[in-house]
Write a new protein. Structure first.
Ligand code: ATP
Ligand code: MG
Lengths: 564, 244
């Protein structure tokens, strides 16, 4: 036990050292911002859940059935989420993180290392799920006026759920790593994960949850839902957990405690198994994980086609960077599977527009279409900035420890940032224009709105990309092992907030005058001089804002990289 | 070729380099020695344009590093103390990347790259991902690509760490050959025998200040030691701490 605590200490101490007064990263501001956003989402989850349950309550006969169905689904979802995040975290905590080399050279048993790592991994993968499961259960408690007993049971059940999933994942990973190198497993899991998420979202989308709100189709939807029997085998831990919570909710104390005890003992047993297996399998798997895996796609020798030649039109240094960036991306198995996710995001986005019942709406369609196309502009640019936050913002950080190469090279930081900008600008611009034009075609908007949206995107995309590159250079993290983390860092958050602000301001600036043009058009009036002035002024300000957002962040990034 | 004037770096917690003045002329091999934490890496990183000095001036072949960094860097071949590279590129792809950055002409690149990779015994590995290289192989790759653009100045932080005896021998030969072609070489090292064999002039730095400099016999007389080995000279100079 003492060794395990000692092994966990470095981690605790390094997080505590963040609070040292000489730390430059102004930790309190970070805590405040993250806390505020966390609280916002927490409250949002609670409110959404509470509303849904309240709505269910108002439905005669079906209310409880629906609420319980939702509970089962919630527990199942948490279970799956936890299994996935535990597997990914276990892989890196047990096999892939860099400090393991030192740990294994220490005179401590592999079992102790395993156990300390398992604890850390459990914490890392479950704290968020646990935190966000609480508002869900809280809303159940409030709607059903449950007593203190319910909350106690929920807390224990959630903790047991976390322990069970993490022990199960640990065992799975231990076995897996004996067969395949851990790096390879991570690739496979990530791909499987993305495909799962993708199909889940597709299924959810295709079942059309909006039908529940429509009184015509409500009854059939409920019947359909009810027939979708969730796997409720008495052998599944999720069943015990659901039952424990359900029974606590309705005051069946005995049955609730019984199910809770089942869950708890299962958790203990699994941990015990993991411990035994780790003694036999952990070290072997660790040494297996140390080989660099073969490339998944090996370049065929003497090919006739070199994709690099497609970039010949670029200046030399720019081409070098573009080629490097593309190669690194496609050879990094934690990176390229995310393209699937991006593709899914876009397909779902467009799908949503294709099923909008525009013709059934009582409001005048032309008006609605224009409203929608403004909404579309906003949404599309939000989607775009999410993608930029994931891919563009971390781009300076991905240089990592190899950043000295850029610093030592005869390329000014300005050029470096500009090249980074253009490397992302072109693909994103093409994507954005495709997205906006196709969705506008589906919406059948007027040609004026089509041109306006395409033009707006044309100026917003470079602004979004430049802010990503620039702020990414202001808040670089050259030490991160995983560039995706940069997107959720403090700087990434600021980037997202700034992007959203810019998009909102630009759209508001455009929507105001366009609404008036539109109304005068309907009423067959002529635009007054004042309105024309407003129109031009507003558009010029929007244009200037975009321009500023292109130039200023890049300068800021250059400056702050220079004084590093 | 290299001039440092009153060069200072203050990390806030420590003054790593304190008012350093140094001149290295063309064709000279200058060795930089000093205990751990003396400020060698800091100086070298400032010379390579990787770190901004707190104050002072760096002139590289007449170019001011703070005013014309791009011109200055064009004539430098830089090798850092730890070989961090783009792990997902192959050796040859990395060479191509450097060639593009340093503007090596596309015609001369393939033969030059092959010659260097063969010389550094990396040709068989040229199409492997750098991730799978050993420490010494990465180090050799960095030195090879630093030579790719025929630099006039080589700035190298601890070149021999991780190299096998054969490679050390080869690198020494290369350095001497380059020096005879009037190329300036600045190295920091802990291997005193290498400094002794290779360097025309040696500077001893401690706590950010240059304690002594000169060739081996000058250092011996500074330390008031006759025919002593450099190791003894080094220890005496550091212990006394008040020379120059
Ligand atoms: N990033 C940093 N932040 C703060 N202080 C630093 C930083 N890097 C180095 N130092 C300090 O600067 C001083 C000089 O460090 P430097 O790395 O230049 O030493 P060195 O001579 O290269 O040592 P070694 O022989 O160990 O490589 C040390 O006291 C060190 O603690
Ligand atoms: Mg050093």
């Amino acid at each position: 036990m003492k060794t395990i605590i000692a092994l966990l200490k470095p981690r605790l101490l390094s997080s505590l050292n963040n609070f040292r007064p000489d730390n430059k990263k102004n930790i309190w501001i970070r805590i405040f911002i993250f806390g505020a956003i966390g609280l916002f989402f927490w409250a949002g989850t609670f409110f959404a859940c509470w509303r849904v349950l309240l709505y269910f309550q108002s439905v005669q006969d079906f209310g409880n059935i629906l609420a319980l169905k939702l509970l089962t689904m919630v527990v199942m979802t948490f279970f799956t989420l936890l299994i996935f995040s535990n597997i990914i975290n276990c892989l890196s905590h047990f096999y892939l993180s860099l400090d393991l080399q030192i740990l294994h050279s220490l005179p401590v048993s592999a079992r102790d290392i395993f156990f300390s790592r398992w604890l850390a991994s459990t914490f890392d993968s479950s704290w968020m799920v646990v935190l966000f499961s609480l508002p869900v259960f809280l809303s159940y408690g409030i709607i059903y006026k449950a007593g203190i007993f319910f909350y106690g049971v929920v807390l224990l059940a959630v903790i047991f759920l976390a322990l069970i999933t993490s022990a199960m994942s640990g065992i799975l990973v231990l076995f897996g790593a004996k067969i395949l190198p851990a790096g390879r497993i991570r690739t496979i899991i990530i791909i499987v994960g993305f495909i799962l998420i993708l199909s889940l979202v597709m299924v959810l989308r295709l079942t059309r949850p909006e039908q529940l709100v429509n009184p015509d189709s409500f009854a059939s939807a409920v019947l359909y839902l009810n027939s979708m029997q969730a796997p409720a085998s008495p052998l599944f831990p999720t069943t015990w957990i659901t039952d424990a919570i359900k029974d606590a909710l309705f005051g069946n104390f005995q049955s609730s405690l019984f199910n809770l005890a089942l869950t708890g003992s299962c958790a203990c047993m699994l941990i015990f198994f993991a411990d035994i297996i780790s003694q036999r399998a952990y070290f072997k798997g660790f040494s297996k994980s140390q080989t660099t895996p073969e490339r998944l796609f090996r370049a065929a020798k003497r090919r006739f086609f070199h994709w690099e030649n497609l970039l010949l039109f670029l200046p030399r240094t720019a081409k070098a960077f573009a080629v490097k960036e593309i190669r690194t991306f496609f050879r990094n198995s934690t990176q390229w599977p995310q393209l699937f996710l991006m593709g899914a995001l876009i397909i779902i986005y467009l799908y949503n527009f294709s099923v909008l019942p525009l013709d059934k709406s009582p409001i005048k369609t032309v008006y609605l279409q224009n409203l929608f196309s403004f909404l579309n502009m906003g949404l599309a640019s939000f989607v775009l900035s999410a993608i930029a936050a994931r891919f563009v913002f971390p781009t300076v950080s991905t240089e990592g420890a190899a950043f000295w190469i850029i610093q030592a090279a005869p390329v000014s930081l300005k050029t470096f940032l500009r090249i980074k900008f253009f490397v992302y600008y072109f693909p994103l611009l093409i994507m954005a224009e495709l997205l906006i034009i196709v969705s506008n075609l589906l919406l059948q908007v007027s040609s004026f709105m089509m041109i306006l949206s395409a033009a707006t995107m044309f100026f917003l995309v470079p602004a979004i990309v430049a802010m990503g590159v620039g702020l990414g250079a202001v808040y670089p993290d050259f030490k991160s092992e995983n560039p995706a983390q940069a997107a959720t860092s403090f700087g990434g958050l600021i980037y997202m907030i700034l992007c959203f602000t810019l998009i909102a301001v630009v759209i508001i600036l455009e929507a105001g005058p366009v609404y008036y043009i539109f109304m005068t058009g309907i009423r067959n009036q002529v635009l007054t001089n004042w309105q024309i002035a407003w129109l031009t002024g507003s558009f010029i300000i929007a244009l200037l804002l975009c321009f500023l957002a292109i130039v200023y962040p890049l300068r800021l990034g250059e400056k702050s990289l220079k004084i590093r | 070729m290299i001039q440092l004037q009153e060069l200072t770096k203050d990390y806030g917690t420590t003054i790593a380099v304190n008012k350093l003045n140094l001149n290295v002329s063309a064709g000279e091999i200058y060795g930089f020695i000093g205990p751990n934490g003396a400020g060698k890496t800091t100086t070298i990183r400032m010379m390579g344009g990787i770190l901004a000095p707190t104050s002072g001036k760096i002139l590289i072949g007449g170019w001011d590093m703070s005013k014309d960094p791009v011109m200055a860097k064009k004539i430098i071949g830089f090798v850092p103390d730890r070989p961090f590279l783009y792990e997902k590129l192959t050796g040859l792809e990395f060479m191509q990347f450097s060639a593009d950055l340093y503007d090596v002409s596309p015609e001369s690149f393939p033969p030059k790259a092959e010659q260097l990779l063969r010389q550094f015994a990396l040709w068989d590995w040229a199409n492997e991902i750098i991730e799978a290289y050993s420490h010494g192989m990465k180090q050799r790759l960095i030195i090879a690509s630093a030579l790719l653009h025929d630099p006039q100045i080589l700035i190298i932080d601890e070149p021999m760490v991780g190299l096998d005896p054969m490679a050390v021998h080869m690198v020494k030969d290369i350095f001497q050959e380059l020096a005879s072609k009037k190329i300036t070489i600045f190295i920091s090292t802990h291997t005193l025998s290498i400094a002794e064999d290779l360097c025309h002039r040696i500077g001893v730095i401690h706590q950010g200040t240059l304690l002594a400099q000169g060739n081996v016999s000058e250092l011996q007389s500074i330390a008031k030691l006759g025919e002593a080995r450099l190791e003894e000279v080094f220890l005496t100079i550091i212990k006394e701490n008040t020379f120059l």
